[in-house]
Write a protein that binds this ligand. Structure first.
Ligand code: ZN
Ligand code: ZN
Length: 361
């Protein structure tokens, strides 16, 4: 049956509606992370499942601009604003608040007739040297992701994970093996680089190389003011390069490609929230799994909801049924929001991030 694409299938008056093109604010006539080409899109961040090409006008956080232009092209019509700057769009007031997920990631606060909706996008509460920290925003309606919304997901301290990672690298150096860490090329790779360099000192950068898919994102991070050294792509180094002391970062999809053949007896590791699960480590066929995620774990998801104190929660991306049921049992009105796209950290299907990395190899 034909359904008007802008017909709200789930809505809270003219504040926020879920339509076939994604979340829509009727009062302001704009979409948040639309799934389709629309006239006005507010973007939470530059991951490809959120930032789609082809919209007429975009609004995003200032710190997201360099990354968005790398991913969507220099000629997009983009208005970038500071965090917490209040804009009026038709009958809605809009402001962007840090989400702590990756560089420039934002939560979108929408206020219509005194009612507030908060679309969190992807977010995490753990500290990350490459982006502004998540901030609590009080709201009536909260839209939250639930990528890791199960009680088994509890992240270890980042510092402990980085120390394990550096220990693994040093052990591989002693054995003359290349340390090859698989991580998403936008966000996770830069976070690992920043953390490793802070832990070991800037001089270790001479032993680090990256996959070509990370050069553009790395440049975008630097131009947004994040301290990252210029690192060579592995493919740009000579065929006689000695990899025995190297730490190399590649996207998850690179493991099964010819790209890895250049490295001397590589030891594979993966950095992802999924590494908390033994079956995922086995499926990925890696020597080591480092539990490092740019999404909230179970305790932080509940902490965030408590801090934002919503009357109603719409749950999306991941274990939305579980989270929705749990919240309902706790007396918070909650429901599942269907999405068209799996998140960049979805398992076990090939993620959009992987596909992008594959295309740009
Ligand atoms: Zn994301
Ligand atoms: Zn996502």
């Amino acid at each position: 049956m034909f359904v008007d694409p802008t017909e709200p299938t789930m809505s809270d008056s003219n504040l926020l509606a879920c339509t076939r093109q994604g979340l829509y604010c009727p009062a302001g006539d704009f979409y948040i992370d639309p799934w389709d080409r629309v006239d006005r899109a507010v973007l939470t961040h530059a991951h490809s499942d959120h930032a789609r090409w082809g919209c007429k006008k975009y609004l995003a956080a200032k710190s997201c601009e360099s990354l968005l232009r790398v991913r969507l092209g220099n000629n997009i019509d983009l208005l970038s604003v500071d965090y917490r700057e209040k804009l009026r769009i038709k009958d809605a007031f809009v402001s962007l608040h840090p989400a702590g997920h990756i560089l420039g990631s934002t939560q979108v606060r929408i206020e219509v007739d005194g009612k507030v909706a908060l679309i969190t996008g992807d977010y995490k509460l753990q500290p990350d040297p490459t982006c502004d920290p998540w901030e609590a925003v009080e709201c009536d309606l909260m839209v939250t992701e639930s990528t890791f919304g199960l009680p088994v997901f509890r992240w270890p301290k980042t510092q402990d994970v980085i120390e394990q990672l550096v220990g693994w690298w040093q052990e591989n150096q002693r054995q003359g093996r290349t340390s090859l860490i698989l991580a998403y090329s936008v966000g996770k790779a830069q976070r690992i680089l920043a953390e490793v360099l802070a832990n070991c000192g800037p001089e270790v950068a001479k032993d680090i190389a990256v996959h070509g898919a990370m050069l553009g994102p790395n440049r975008a991070y630097r131009s947004a003011g994040v301290q990252l050294p210029e690192l060579p792509s592995a493919a740009s180094l000579s065929s006689s390069h000695d990899w025995s002391r190297s730490l190399v970062i590649g996207p998850p999809s690179s493991q099964s490609t010819g790209w890895v053949k250049r490295f001397a007896d590589p030891s594979f590791a993966m950095a992802s929230g999924w590494m908390a699960i033994r079956a995922s480590r086995r499926r990925r066929n890696v020597d080591r799994g480092f539990v490092l995620s740019d999404h909230v774990d179970w305790p932080d998801l509940l902490t965030a909801i408590d801090a934002c104190n919503p009357k109603q929660v719409w749950v999306t991306h991941g274990f939305s049924e579980v989270v929705s049921r749990y919240l309902t049992q706790r007396g918070i009105s909650a429901r599942v929001l269907q999405t068209h796209f799996a998140g960049e950290e979805s398992e076990p299907a090939t993620s959009t991030e992987d596909q992008l990395a594959e295309e740009s190899r």
